[in-house]
Ligand binder design. Structure first.
Ligand code: GUN
Length: 281
């Protein structure tokens, strides 16, 4: 069993970004990221703080627009319009989830696709499906990068993705398919989850349920990628996989924390840098 060390790889990537950002600055370009954070969801605040810190560390300018829970849709749209038109802002990120009075899709649709560093705009979603160059959502992109670092090629593998969200599961499915894996995608209406997970050469789980994946559900020698981040009542951070009992079965597995999480942030920085390089064209 080998650990897929996302923390170590993300540190390496951040060093590269720091260097590239410095080079861009010498050409007069300071990459800029604008984050919109609505309400007081503690997890969202934690994630946004981590994103800010990573920007600061790598020399990327960042600004966080904090808005109250009862903000109107129009106010958010107005802020996005301002950021779309601001030449110093390369990336725009709306931290999800948004409160229920807001039409999330309408907000995401209003972001300039060239500044859509989360890859949530239908323009980028469509291009991902077609296998064209685009902004790819950070978490699934981070998974692919982590696999690449360990020379794991998914071509021809049976892959199983558990969780079909727009942020993680669906783009993960498309990236795996674009790399010629055979992909099963499971969700809450899947009849027999184990029958799918058990046959997977690579099992990728992003649901948000501690211990969803137990050792009887995993094939011997499988690669297991755990995207879940769950805070237990005792304060401990765990994924969706029963790590202790599953890990010995696997060929590779990601830990939580220190697996996919740090890769997500590293990919956000890379996407922001990619957007900033667009100014050179
Ligand atoms: N909420 C949970 N994950 C994400 C993410 O990757 N991006 C944004 N914007 N919101 C999220």
């Amino acid at each position: 069993m080998h650990i897929l060390d996302g923390k170590a790889l993300s540190d390496k990537i951040k060093e590269n970004i720091k260097r590239e950002t410095k080079e861009l600055k010498e050409k007069g370009i300071v990459p800029g990221l604008a984050v919109i954070l609505v309400g007081d969801n503690p997890a969202s605040h934690t994630y946004v703080r981590m994103k800010e810190k990573a920007c600061e560390m790598t020399g990327i300018y960042s600004i966080v627009h904090k808005m109250p829970l009862d903000i109107s849709e129009e106010k958010i749209l107005e802020t996005i319009r301002m950021m779309n038109n601001n030449p110093n802002i390369d990336g725009i990120l709306v931290q999800l989830p948004l409160p229920s009075q807001i039409d999330t899709q309408k907000i995401l649709d209003s972001i300039d696709p060239r500044k859509d560093v989360d890859g949530f705009h239908p323009f980028n979603v469509g291009r991902l499906v077609l296998g064209l160059d685009c902004f790819v959502p950070c978490t699934p992109l981070g998974v692919m990068r982590l696999l690449k670092e360990y020379n794991i090629d998914v071509k021809g593998m049976d892959a199983c993705v558990v969780g079909a969200s727009n942020i993680v599961g669906k783009p993960m499915m498309n990236l795996l398919l674009n790399s010629f894996a055979t992909v099963d995608i499971c969700h809450i209406y899947t009849k027999n989850l184990k029958s799918h997970t058990k046959r997977a050469d690579i099992l990728i789980v992003g649901v948000g349920k501690p211990n969803l994946i137990t050792k009887d559900m995993v094939k011997e020698g499988a690669i297991v990628i755990d995207i879940g981040i769950n805070r237990l009542e005792n304060g401990k951070l765990v994924g969706d996989v029963d790590f202790e009992n599953v890990a010995p079965l696997t060929s590779y597995i990601t830990p939580v924390p220190g697996g996919v999480g740090p890769m997500t942030i590293a990919m956000l920085l890379e996407n922001t840098l990619k957007a900033a390089k667009g100014r050179l064209k």
